[in-house]
Design a protein around this ligand. Structure first.
Ligand SMILES: Cc1cc2nc3c(=O)[nH]c(=O)nc-3n(C[C@H](O)[C@H](O)[C@H](O)COP(=O)(O)O)c2cc1C
Length: 362
């Protein structure tokens, strides 16, 4: 609702500026959308984005193996599937090869992947707990090629059709399912689908506005047919819905993890301020692990009975839920040990939810 209101206001503002021809300078630009895809879901999104971004101006959509040059283009959109927490190796090679040219152009990145939720932290044996999902996988490429400053970035979620996974892919996904401490949402499904259509639409409309100077589409939803399909989630049970929107509000208390997720009205600055207030009140040290313009990840450390104990805390804003900031708290300590941490998380939530800030639902 809020999103469509924003789009309406932006369209009206754009239309009124364009009534004055001297102010309306949306010059025709030539664009390239280059993507890499193994199982085709990124290809579907590439053509979906072309429909949103529009046919008013040339936008070539090419699979990565078809691209000879980026030189003739004013702007380049680079899309990929995620594999092992990164865009594809071929996308890395492409960006490495063309980095000097790309640095002179307007570049945007988007990713499909197992999940979109940028408050997610993964803990698997042999690795430090770290942020995963959505735009988090675009950190490294931006750090590696700082001369390219993307105008728009997007992490949409994606689709995985389990019976079609080739060779080692199927085995590795099965392994991940077994190792994920919070459990894997795709377990038992033939098709796992996590893509949030609003995220694709926000990305497409951002490119229209920020790169092309075109008004956002207020009816971008009409192109969802590029993605929706009648394939069932489980071949054993065709009535099973393949797409269940991952909830914004969660309270999960198992032998492996204490995990809560919620959201409030506000922005990331407010989110960080509230976490700092909580830390000060409770004698907690906030160790910053990662910071971007859309999320912040801390280890919240408290000495309890002579031992440092850690809550993993993330605050993040979401393109699909404008005007809110989302919080996730996690403890992987054993249930009998983590009780004091659970109490601290409850205190954090009381503080961040106060003054009518909490947003319920979903
Ligand atoms: C072997 C393998 C590894 C993957 N690794 C990740 C990952 O680390 N993070 C993630 O979010 N998604 C991961 N995915 C999910 C894919 O990125 C997702 O299914 C995407 O939609 C596939 O795009 P495609 O259909 O264009 O190939 C992985 C998928 C496979 C098969």
């Amino acid at each position: 609702m809020k999103q469509s209101l924003k789009i309406m206001i932006a369209s009206i503002a754009f239309a009124s500026v364009c009534l004055h021809p001297a102010l309306c300078r949306a010059e025709a630009k030539k664009g390239l959308l280059v993507y890499d895809s193994i199982y085709s879901s990124t290809a579907e999104v590439a053509y979906w984005l072309k429909a949103i971004i529009g046919n008013e101006q040339q936008l070539d959509v090419k699979k990565i193996d078809q691209v000879i040059t980026v030189k003739p283009y004013d702007y380049v959109i680079i899309g990929s599937y995620s594999k092992w927490e990164k865009p594809s190796p071929r996308i890395y090679k492409f960006v490495e090869f063309w980095k000097d040219e790309l640095a002179k152009k307007q570049v945007s990145y988007f990713l499909l992947g197992g999940d979109w939720d940028e408050t997610m932290v993964l803990k698997v044996p042999g690795k430090d707990a770290h942020l995963i999902g959505g735009r988090n996988y675009l950190y490294a490429i931006q750090e590696n090629f700082p001369q390219i400053k993307p105008i728009v970035i997007g992490g949409f979620g994606g689709r995985q059709v389990m019976p079609t996974l080739q060779g080692i892919d199927g085995f590795m996904i099965w392994m991940l399912e077994k190792l994920a401490k919070e459990g894997a949402a795709w377990a038992g499904l033939d098709i796992w689908e996590s893509l949030v259509p609003e995220r694709v639409e926000v990305f497409g409309n951002d490119v229209r506005q920020k790169v092309l100077g075109l008004p956002p589409l207020s009816d971008a939803q009409k192109y969802r047919g590029f993605w929706t399909s009648l394939q069932p989630a489980s071949l054993q049970d065709p009535t099973k819905q393949k797409y269940t929107v991952r909830p914004y509000t969660v309270n999960h208390n198992t032998a492996q993890i204490y995990f809560t997720r919620s959201r409030i009205k506000g922005d990331l600055n407010l989110g960080v301020k509230l976490l700092e207030e909580w830390a000060k009140d409770e004698g907690i040290t906030l160790n910053l692990r990662k910071k971007s313009w859309f999320n912040t990840y801390y280890h919240a450390v408290k000495n309890i009975n002579g031992k440092d104990m850690t809550i993993h805390v993330v605050a993040a804003t979401m393109p699909d839920d404008p005007g809110t900031v989302h919080f996730a708290f996690r403890s992987w300590d054993k249930p009998d040990v983590r009780k004091p941490l659970e109490a601290l998380i409850t205190k954090a939530e009381q503080l961040i939810w106060s003054n009518g800030r909490k947003v319920d639902g979903r």
